[in-house]
Design a protein around this ligand. Structure first.
Ligand code: TNX
Length: 619
């Protein structure tokens, strides 16, 4: 009876025996943990007579709060423009003071007073928005079941600000298409837990999911999962969302309107959408689509130059390669002018879509991962480029490509992001082939996503090496933050497991500034002696400033249904939010391994109780 009743198989089957039920009133009621929470005597009663007064700059946040409370109260509260208007809920902008000084962006100060009601101050609109999320969590989960005349909110004071500025979730809709509704629901969840970056993996070998004006083949052909069928059987009709009769499951794409709606929805929730166009590898869908375009235009009697204007392959290329996932035709040719014309076209269309949505576009994720060895070696177009550029290894063409793609983005005021490969270069060290930060691009301001910390691969410390070298790094580590991996080794659990199992506590145990004591040992299931890390680079003080955030990855190969998406995302993403928002945990700074382990276990137990007793029932 004192076992924690968490309704996921992952917790039921695994490690659950060590979780103990804690008294509800001992639990911090907010996830992620706020910087400072002080309980006061009594409570304030929310009822239908309450009104929301707001600073005009917070109109959207005020409306969000009214909408959020409406189903609980059975009515939408009155909104009064002007923060000083008399009302029991007041939203305003202003300075926020934390125990260690004035707060930066995204911070808030929330007071719940038994008499005066609610005063919420944000340093900016995002801060006010996060204060509203906290307020929603203060309401007992039972009130989310039915409407109530009165809702008690415990009196308290919260001062809060994030540890990391980048708190991300990634969704791969290329392997299996996910309808717009799934994306919107995921954005809702992100907002609740104060995540602020949505990394939208829109293209890959199996599909291209975003309509691009003037290049209809990208979605008609490229939106068909696998696009292995002939055009006739696999054309994806526009407005293709959800299962499409007669098409392979997982097919579909977002129309311009769908995408704009997603961008607006995210923006209203203070979530920045980072689009990923994965090139030069992982690009089979685009390649096949542009080949279909070429064939179509030729068949229509158009001149060669027009038909080939956006071609992504060199027809004379005899290269032989095989990608990690088994493709032999998924790398775009980086030596053709048409490739860069294609990328400019796509980027310009992205900018138009963001402009139309009123959404900020600062960063484009260019992929860059897993380019198979052997690509470009047999391409006459590439031989010419290599000669002109003095490049002697075809693999080095990836840097040539990155440089050119980055220029395209910089000219448009955009920042280049990519998987860790974009910051690394292969070299020899003590007779071993290793990857090290590439000094060439250090000053370009790349945003680099470190993922490959597989034990024994030599890549365990790539994140730290990149950060120490001056690259801004997002920790996306496969061992703890790949949410497409199975929770546990149990026959009921779906998902991949090439980087181990990623249970609910895996993101929780990750300490960004001390990876070697956390993720790797967790994954191995036992601790390692210090010698095991003798050759691993530690994070320097300077390097710490370059760890800009964390991100959970929902890769899509096994995400066949919406249910599966949410099963894989929740509750792991709550533990991610905890690590990305909350202060550096006390347990991570205990030096003695045994004491540290005990403190960590106690902290995880308390966090699991918050999930099980408050968050999951409320969700
Ligand atoms: C590796 S990590 C990939 C993805 C897969 C994922 C599956 C990385 C940059 N690439 O293409 O979907 O593993 O877990």
């Amino acid at each position: 009876a004192d076992r924690l009743p968490v309704p996921t198989p992952a917790l039921r089957y695994y490690r659950n025996a060590s979780l103990r039920l804690l008294p509800a009133d001992s639990l911090t009621p907010v996830v992620p943990t706020p910087r400072q929470l002080t309980r006061r005597e009594g409570h304030w009663t929310l009822d239908r007579t309450a009104a929301i007064a707001y600073d005009p700059a917070l109109a959207r946040e005020a409306a969000f709060l009214a909408d959020a409370l409406a189903p609980l109260l059975g009515t939408r509260l009155r909104l009064l423009e002007g923060a000083e208007r008399p009302a029991s809920i007041r939203l305003r902008l202003g300075a926020v003071y934390l125990p260690d000084g004035p707060a930066g962006p995204e911070a808030y100060h929330l007071i719940v007073d038994p008499e005066a009601g609610i005063t919420l101050t944000g340093t900016d609109a995002a801060g006010a928005f996060y204060g509203i999320q906290t307020l929603q969590q203060l309401i007992d989960p039972s009130f989310y079941r039915q409407t109530s005349e009165t809702i008690p909110i415990p009196a308290l004071e919260v001062r809060d600000a994030p540890r990391f500025g980048y708190r991300g979730l990634h969704l791969d809709v290329a392997r299996n298409f996910q309808p717009k509704e799934v994306v919107l629901r995921l954005l809702d969840l992100m907002a609740r837990y104060k995540l602020n970056r949505f990394h939208f993996h829109l293209t890959d070998d199996e599909g291209w999911r975003l309509e691009i004006e003037d290049l209809p083949e990208l979605t008609e052909v490229g939106g068909c999962r696998g696009h292995t069928e002939t055009e006739a059987t696999c054309l994806v009709p526009s407005h293709g969302s959800g299962p499409i009769p007669g098409r392979p499951p997982g097919s579909g794409y977002y129309t311009r309107e769908d995408f704009i709606e997603i961008l607006r929805y995210a923006t209203a929730r203070h979530i920045e959408v980072i689009p990923e166009i994965d090139v030069p590898g992982h690009a089979r869908a685009a390649i096949k689509a542009m080949e279909a375009r070429y064939a179509r235009l030729k068949a229509a009697g158009r001149p060669e130059a027009e038909a080939a204007a956006y071609r992504l392959v060199d027809p004379a290329d005899t290269s032989v390669y095989r990608s990690v996932q088994g493709w032999n035709d998924n790398v775009i040719n980086v030596c053709l002018p048409s490739t860069y014309r294609f990328l400019e076209k796509v980027v310009d269309e992205l900018r138009r879509l963001y402009d139309e949505a009123g959404a900020p576009l600062h960063v484009v994720h260019t992929g860059g991962d897993e380019v198979p060895h052997g690509a470009w070696a047999g391409s006459p177009a590439c031989r010419a480029v290599m000669q002109a550029e003095g490049i002697d290894d075809p693999a080095a063409l990836q840097q040539y490509f990155l440089d050119r793609f980055d220029q395209i983005l910089r000219r448009r005021g955009l920042r280049t992001a990519g998987w860790e490969e974009i910051g690394l270069i292969a070299t020899e060290e003590n007779g071993r082939r290793v990857h090290r930060p590439n000094p060439r691009f250090r000053d370009r301001g790349f945003l680099v996503y470190a993922w490959n910390n597989i034990w024994g691969s030599g890549a365990e410390d790539h994140a730290y090496r990149l950060a120490n070298a001056g690259y801004d790094v997002i920790l996306s580590l496969a061992s703890n933050l790949y949410f497409d991996l199975a929770y546990t080794k149990h026959p009921d659990e779906a998902g991949l497991y090439w980087a181990g199992f990623v249970d609910n506590d895996a993101p929780y145990r990750l300490e960004p500034f001390d990876l070697f004591l956390g993720p790797i040992q967790h994954w191995l299931g036992h601790t390692l002696p210090p010698e095991a890390f003798a050759h691993h680079e530690r994070l320097t003080t300077e390097g710490r400033r370059h760890i800009v955030g964390l991100q959970g990855q929902l890769w899509g190969e096994t995400l066949r249904t919406p249910d599966r998406v949410f099963y894989m995302a929740v509750p792991r993403m709550l533990a991610l939010a905890e690590r990305a928002w909350a202060e550096r945990p006390a347990w991570s700074q205990i030096v003695d391994p045994e004491a540290r382990q005990q403190a960590l276990q106690a902290a995880w137990n308390a966090f699991a109780n918050r999930l099980g007793q408050r968050e999951l029932p409320r969700l």
